[in-house]
Design a protein around this ligand. Sequence first.
Ligand code: SAM
Length: 220
Amino acid sequence: MTDRAAMQKIMKENGDLGWEAVWKLTDSPPWDNGQVQPLLRHYIENNKVDLPPAKEGVRVLIPGCGKGYDAVYFGSLGYETVGLDLSPEGIRLAEEWYSKQGLNGKTSFICDDFFTCDIGQYDVVYDYTFFCALNPNKRQEYKKRMAELVKPGGLLLSIVFPIEDRPIEGEGATGPPWCVSPEYYNGLIKEEFKWLLNEYPPIEVDNRNKKRFNIFKREF
Ligand SMILES: C[S@@+](CC[C@H](N)C(=O)[O-])C[C@H]1O[C@@H](n2cnc3c(N)ncnc32)[C@H](O)[C@@H]1O
């Protein structure tokens, strides 16, 4: 399935089980990149993110990790990484993919709900296509959860996507993905996080115009 409208229809029909329904239908849904997000790799490999050293006890969380490419990537850098996803089938696919990579065992996957899980605090949280996957009526709760999950002094890396002029409520509202902008995202979390970077992708990537790489620090 590559069609966004078809995915939205399945999600609507299946309510709370929408993500699971999509993952059960296909292991390559429209958002799935099949690889580590190139923009994430670019920022990390070019030392554009001031990551903490990857020593014991330094933890990274990827909520809504899907098939877990980015979670496995952080694990390969030596971080104790948790990929979290609500969908049992998504987690099954992530574990299957991980087991084929022959890596170091630094990544683990947890099947649970971002809003209610009890999984401690993290030095780095990375969000790509998770915020936009959530119904906009969850945004206040997202802000509260992020402040609980990122340690004081920790980083929130977020590829803000999709930056589009589409309504998120009322007539004509469509999603997921639900639209967002860097200014909106910063406005939502600014009481807890300091905005360090908001950058147009410096490399060629899918949907380049609709993405911005953002870094926030939990300072307040
Ligand atoms: C659009 S997908 C993105 C997957 C992955 N980040 C990627 O880039 O391939 C959104 C993911 O968030 C998961 N998800 C949705 N709501 C969630 C929640 N409340 N807690 C944890 N995961 C959730 C879905 O199951 C789905 O795998």
